[in-house]
Design a protein around this ligand. Structure first.
Ligand SMILES: [Zn+2]
Length: 232
């Protein structure tokens, strides 16, 4: 429990819900079948679905945008997305990045896909008053009462965006990960579009004041820990 945000653990995906003017901003949804679980978890925190005013999608993948459409239907929330993800969101499609970080992860992913068959989710249309970003944005969050900024953080996917709050809390989606302990990820995403971009995005987060990283997959970790693996 933090002053400004709560962690909603939906199994594989962790979502984060931040106070904003007149309600809440949610960072990511889980898979499409997690909406009921999500509702139960936020109700326990005293939050109703219809008080979610904004859904910030760190990128278009199914474990992040899964119940975006259902949430929008129930809450009327506005979306905050990167422009390059729109074509996939509107088709309910997941573009799997071309590279897998290492051989151990390759095996884990193959096992996961034995039980998990689809990469699709209900498509969601981007509307006129949604917030569509092309790059970093320092004004929007402040306009809704959140002391922080939005960073464009590609590398895992071309449409990856992150939030860094003024206290150093960084919500990065899959720009960095901290799970599959035995797979030696060193905070790298399991799927990579461009490793050089991953590192540039990490450098950007650090430069913009990130202190503790809250990934969508796995436990929070510090920038001190991240720096250690970057030196190697
Ligand atoms: Zn992803």
């Amino acid at each position: 429990m933090h002053d400004q945000f709560n962690i909603i653990n939906l199994g594989i995906t962790k979502c984060y819900i931040i106070n904003c003017t007149g309600g809440y901003l949610l960072i990511d949804t889980g898979y499409s079948n997690k909406f009921e679980r999500f509702k139960k978890k936020i109700n326990k925190l005293g939050i109703n679905v219809d008080s979610i005013k904004y859904l910030f999608l760190t990128h278009h993948h199914e474990d992040h945008a899964g119940f975006a459409r259902e949430l929008r239907e129930k809450s009327g929330c506005k979306l905050i997305v990167h422009r390059s993800g729109i074509k996939y969101l509107e088709k309910g499609e997941t573009i799997i990045p071309p590279k897998i970080v290492n051989a151990k992860v390759k095996i884990s992913i193959a096992m996961f896909h034995l039980v998990h068959k689809t990469e699709n989710y209900p498509p969601i249309k981007i509307l006129e008053d949604d917030i569509v970003l092309d790059t970093d944005d320092v004004l929007f969050l402040k306009s809704i009462g959140i002391n922080g900024k939005i960073l464009y953080t590609p590398g895992h996917s071309k449409d990856s965006i992150s939030i860094v709050l003024s206290d150093g809390s960084a919500f990065v989606g899959d720009a960095a990960m901290n799970f599959l302990k035995l797979c030696d990820l060193k905070f790298r995403p399991i799927y990579i579009d461009d490793m050089e971009q991953v590192l540039l995005s990490w450098e950007k987060m650090i430069k913009e004041g990130a202190k503790v990283v809250y990934p969508a997959h796995g436990k929070p970790f510090t920038i001190v820990d991240l720096r250690k693996v970057m030196k190697k």
